[in-house]
Design a protein around this ligand. Structure first.
Ligand code: GLN
Length: 438
């Protein structure tokens, strides 16, 4: 009864530390059939590739029969009628779905505070935000409530909370994983990915969920991950270190030291690399998200699902709906959305050029330390959290955040980006760092 035993330990932890009192609040719903499903998995003769893995799923990815609320009153009672493709694949390999994780409402946020069902806490430093929007996914993995969690990343929502909670988070290449069954924030940028406590687990899950899916027209086949090869330290690597000024010098110093240390051990080269238009990333990202989110939310009009979004959503969601509708009106002059698409293309092209010179580009995942839960910060400061993660979404690259140490005892993540569909190389480099950090 391997899986059942393990599940009971996780359930006990959740009972003690997630829900009771003023605790982490990482799960919104536990799978009511989880024990039965664990027993069924244990009794199988042929074990799947995910046998023994216990999984949290962000509450914007459909799991049949469960309440996919997107942490919003809008979908408070919505029950998923089907499994997203990633869930189907995980179930086929005997992964056990433990429950749905809390998140910023409709994935709109970077702190884990905008959930309609209460903020998520950072298990590593309880008074601080865990980062968002896949806040519950990162927190549940960091707190030891499950092995792995799925998240979605539109502008950093996997990497940002992974960084603040001290876990690994992979945003795969745009279109390398099916998004069928993901409730979208921004169709042109969204990507489902994985959070775990090790690069190995992230790689294992990516190898299962990657691939073309006829239900997602933009999904593409990519090189199948070779899990054994990830253990080999790649030779002749040129590490690009992103030339970008961040407010908190201590974070950059930590990253620089680690890069030097790992490059020296492996005889890799280091090269500073500049992406000229990267400072436009936040200004480019938000108009795209506002417009695409506005358009996507028109279906939440209370006729088919739940409640009318404008009647019940929180302020960040309303800001995006209002902003998106205004931008859409101004669009006949091509002032915002089309301009943003142009900037997106520029950033994408710059990255393509950069990856001809270096194998990967490394930076801090997040340019500042997490704030206190409930602390009032401006919208601009909140959006600033995305400055270094949104570029990979705009360019469509793959990127990972791995724990890199602490500043003031607060976890700091290192972001490694690689060119589109270069997950094998990305994971191999990340694993090389992890071996030295551990
Ligand atoms: N913080 C960003 C936003 O609020 C990223 C969200 C995400 O990646 N889902 O849009």
């Amino acid at each position: 009864m391997v899986v059942v035993e393990k599940l009971k330990i996780y359930l006990e932890e959740i009972k003690k530390n997630d829900k009771q009192g003023n605790k982490i609040n990482s799960f919104l719903q536990l799978n009511p059939d989880v024990l039965e499903q664990a027993k069924a998995i244990d009794s199988k003769k042929n074990k799947g590739k995910l046998f023994g893995k216990v999984i949290g799923v962000k509450a914007n990815i459909n799991v049949e029969g469960m309440n996919i609320s997107c942490a919003s009153k809008t979908l408070e009672k919505y029950k998923a009628p089907y499994d997203a493709t990633v869930i189907k694949k995980i179930k086929q390999e005997e992964g056990l779905i433990l429950g749905l994780t809390n998140m910023d409402e409709f994935a709109s946020g970077g702190s884990g505070e905008t959930s309609a069902f209460g903020a998520v806490k950072n298990p590593k430093v309880l008074g601080l935000i865990p980062g968002g929007s896949s806040a519950g996914s990162a927190a549940s993995v960091a707190a030891g409530f499950c092995d792995v969690a799925l998240g979605s990343d539109t502008g950093g929502s996997i990497r940002n909370p992974a960084s603040h909670c001290g876990v690994v988070g992979l945003k795969p290449t745009y279109s390398s994983v099916s998004r069928y069954g993901l409730i979208d924030l921004s169709m042109g940028l969204d990507q489902i990915g994985v959070l775990a406590r090790s690069v190995g687990d992230v790689a294992l899950f990516f190898s299962i969920i990657q691939g073309k899916d006829e239900k997602d027209a933009i999904s593409q086949a990519s090189e199948k991950i070779n899990l054994k090869a990830i253990e080999k330290i790649p030779k002749a690597i040129t590490v690009g270190v992103l030339d970008f000024k961040i407010q908190d010098k201590r974070i950059q110093k930590l990253i620089d030291e680690k890069v030097k240390q790992v490059a020296k051990t492996n005889s890799w080269k280091i090269k500073k690399i500049k992406i000229n238009n990267i400072d436009l990333a936040v200004e480019t990202y938000y108009p795209l998200v506002y417009v695409e989110f506005f358009s996507g939310t028109r279906r939440f009009d209370a006729r088919r699902y739940g409640q009318k979004i404008e009647d019940v959503a929180g302020s960040e969601v309303l800001r995006r709906i209002l902003g998106g509708s205004e931008i859409s009106k101004a669009e006949y002059r091509g002032r915002y959305y089309h301009l943003a698409l142009k900037a997106k293309k520029l950033i994408k092209e710059e990255f393509e050029q950069a990856f001809k010179k270096v194998d990967c580009i490394i930076s801090p995942t997040v340019p500042k330390l997490p704030h206190k839960i409930g602390e009032k910060i401006s919208v601009e400061d909140m959006y600033e959290y995305d400055a270094l993660t949104a570029p990979a979404n705009l360019a469509g690259n793959c990127a990972i955040s791995i724990p890199c140490g602490t500043v003031d005892n607060i976890p700091v993540g290192m972001q490694i980006m690689c060119d589109k569909f270069k997950e094998q190389k990305l994971l191999q480099i990340a694993r090389s760092f992890e071996k030295i950090f551990l």
